[in-house]
Design a protein around this ligand. Structure first.
Ligand SMILES: Cc1cc2nc3c(=O)[nH]c(=O)nc-3n(C[C@H](O)[C@H](O)[C@H](O)COP(=O)(O)O)c2cc1C
Length: 445
């Protein structure tokens, strides 16, 4: 079978570029308008994407002075998008640090049922003290602690989703029997972080449970992904780093006893398109010219855990920054940003410009052919199973990608030309439906 590229539309606000909202074409209120997301979802569906995705955190993200802030709750928004679309997968971010497994398992099972098997969960552990302070804590739990809780969270959620066998509902009107008690399996879980009796109050959903996606690239993050994730979002700046990450994750997955084909690696790419290279670069410059650097400095100081006022705009990053081991927040992004600045000897101002589009994801400013070339190279050289498409400006960037890059990818045989009937999200990604842990398929004789 031909190996096909997987495309996920990472929808954010008026675009991934922090200054996108300032362009004349942008609606600064769009991030909380349903119509904006319906338009984006239908555009991604026109481009036969596998899925779309919403990032999230249980805190007011960013600086309200700098760009549109606040966001609709992803599961609520995706429920609305489920009724406005037919084929595309719907992936919501939710935190294992600031949710309880019972409520969250129920919400994802519900989205999977409402969408006809199109739900996905981007499992995050949530970096930062701001979120912690919204949940009765003074500081964020340590990195390793967050991942330990995430693992138990997943074990409980899986038990809850498996607490109904597929055929637990009998609906035998004549006999007066609606459900088969023997096919309900309460988790009766008692662990370090959670105590859950069960069973879930929603029947088993079309996919069994949502597609499990993970997005942290630290050692703990990768170990977690190898154990649970079916798709992985990652930020990679160079094809060499991406290949190393890809190979590393596939072998960790095999070492965890899973088929490495059953974990799809999706690096992010921020396409900035133009009909010529010069036009694309001019579009990128226009965005950069709208960056307010003072905001960028503050954000960079937060990411690098520096005191306010440490960084100077026209100097390089200071020497002697701590190693990733000493960071309790977003470890892999920290390393990526420091490596990028050091490798290219960027000043803080230049670094802010480079991060403005995708916060560390690869930005490619070029013609549709050049963007398609990058995607094809990474895909065929062991660096990616697909991409998180992160347009700098929305909706226009997604429309340009679908109108100009998608036809090239299709002509090269990399991307489907249409959806071949109704499928679950897991089927789109070429993944098997998970078995219920309580159902033992008899061996073939
Ligand atoms: C494409 C992508 C999307 C992400 N979306 C979210 C998100 O919505 N919410 C969140 O808290 N973290 C998000 N993250 C961050 C990761 O979950 C993780 O916190 C970060 O990469 C650091 O993880 P690490 O410490 O394991 O490296 C995302 C990361 C990537 C690569």
């Amino acid at each position: 079978m031909t190996r096909r590229l997987h495309l996920n539309a990472f929808l954010m606000n008026t675009g991934h570029h922090e200054a996108s909202w300032r362009l004349p074409e942008s609606d600064p209120y769009a991030h909380v308008e349903l119509g904006h997301y319906v338009r984006l979802a239908r555009t991604a569906e026109r481009g036969t994407f596998d899925s779309l995705f919403l990032a999230d955190g249980p805190q007011l993200w960013g600086d309200i002075a700098q760009r549109p802030a606040g966001a609709l709750e992803p599961l609520t928004l995706l429920t609305a998008l489920a009724t406005a679309t037919e084929h595309i997968g719907l992936i919501a971010t939710a935190s294992t640090s600031y949710n309880s497994p019972y409520n969250l398992a129920r919400k994802f099972a519900s989205l999977d049922i409402v969408s006809g098997g199109r739900a996905g969960w981007n499992i995050v552990t949530t970096a930062g003290a701001e979120a912690a302070r919204n949940f009765g804590l003074d500081a964020e739990p340590a990195h390793a602690e967050r991942y330990a809780r995430a693992a138990e969270f997943l074990d409980v959620a899986l038990k809850l989703w498996d607490s109904w066998e597929d055929d637990a509902i009998v609906a035998d009107k004549a006999a007066g029997v609606w459900g088969d008690d023997a096919k309900i399996h309460p988790p009766r879980h008692k662990g370090r972080y959670f105590s859950v009796e069960g069973a879930l109050n929603v029947p088993r959903s079309p996919q069994g449970y949502p597609l499990l996606v993970q997005a942290g690239s630290s050692q703990d993050g990768k170990a977690f992904a190898a154990r649970y994730a079916e798709a992985v979002f990652t930020a990679q700046q160079t094809v060499e780093d991406a290949r190393a990450f890809y190979a590393g994750l596939k072998s960790l997955t095999a070492a965890a006893g899973r088929d490495p084909e059953h974990i799809k690696v999706l690096p992010g790419i921020v396409p900035v398109l133009g009909s010529t290279q010069a036009e694309a670069e001019a579009n990128e410059r226009l965005l950069e010219d709208h960056i307010v650097h003072e905001h960028g400095v503050r954000r960079l100081e937060q990411l690098l855990q520096l005191e306010p006022g440490t960084l100077e705009l026209d100097a390089e990053l200071p020497a002697g920054l701590p190693s990733e081991d000493a960071v309790e927040g977003a470890k892999s992004r920290y390393t990526l940003v420091v490596a990028l600045a050091r490798r290219e000897r960027l000043t803080v101002r230049q670094l802010i410009g480079r991060l403005g589009g995708g916060r560390g994801h690869l930005t490619v400013a070029g013609t549709p052919e050049q963007v398609a070339d990058t995607i094809e190279t990474w895909f065929t050289q062991g660096a990616a199973d697909g991409f998180n498409i992160m347009p700098a400006v929305l909706p226009s960037g997604l429309e340009a990608f679908v109108d100009h890059v998608v036809p090239i990818l299709r002509a090269r045989g990399l991307l489907r030309t249409e959806y071949d009937g109704r499928h679950t999200l897991r089927e789109r990604y070429g993944l098997p439906r998970p078995a219920n842990q309580h159902v033992h398929t008899p061996a073939l004789v």
